[in-house]
Write a protein that binds this ligand. Sequence first.
Ligand code: FES
Length: 159
Amino acid sequence: MGEQACACEEKYKEIEEAIGEYKGDRSALIPLLQKTQRLFGYVPRAVQVKIAEELGIPLTDVYGTVTFYSFFSLKPKGKYNIQCCNGTACYVRGAPKVIERFEKELGIKAGDTTDDGKYSLQVVRCLGACGLSPTIMVNQDTHARMKPDKVPEVLKKYV
Ligand code: FES
């Protein structure tokens, strides 16, 4: 199954067992995807295939679900994980434009990782720093009062 070299065997075993318990049960799709995301940090394609087979759901529907919800990701996280807050306080102070700019600069959509594995972009709800909104985090660093024009500057710090 290995899409990448990692000690994933245990994780695959665990998720396969969980999937096996829900054979033919379509309602288990989301909980199983959540478990996969928790275990791997993303939803590997091989697991999507397994879920589709065991639950009796077309693979395109499984894939569609993974891409629909922003808390699922299709690739492992990048070296730098950029979390853009789009909670209420950040939203009203222009977070959508900041997110858009990150998407443009990185050439990916939120929820994705750049092909070189360097950056992941995530949209999240409230980072707990509403007074500094719009707020983003890159790994453990918080960046306050973001503006679209500050995006290239922030990216330059993470190479
Ligand atoms: S809403 Fe963005 S930090 Fe709280």
